[in-house]
Design a protein. Structure first.
Length: 98
């Protein structure tokens, strides 16, 4: 069971390992990691994620890229990659839903 994050001004927040495990979170139901460099984060049903502006940043790397691909229902799709070739690669990251 991951630790609970203390993020008083966020609807949801998570620290996710490169393998897709949740280190700590708030307002996050679960994370799946279906393929290299691709993560699906499901947030609590009470969060209007389609009206939010999620932010994702890499954790402990200088050579990677990250983007939020799309929001589908209660899920946020995050992709991580190597730079400069943009090849899919697993990287740990932080996600905040203000």
């Amino acid at each position: 069971m991951p630790d609970t994050a203390i993020a008083p001004y966020a609807q949801a927040a998570a620290v996710v390992t490169a393998g897709g495990a949740v280190v700590r979170s708030q307002g996050v139901v679960g994370v799946t990691h279906p393929s290299p460099g691709f993560y699906v984060i499901e947030v609590d049903a009470s969060i209007e994620v389609d009206k939010s502006v999620p932010i994702a940043v890499l954790w402990h790397t200088r050579y990677g890229g990250i983007c939020i691909n799309r929001i589908v229902g209660q899920t946020i799709h995050v992709s991580t990659c190597n730079l400069p070739d943009y090849a899919d690669h697993d990287y740990a990251f932080h996600l905040i839903v203000p």
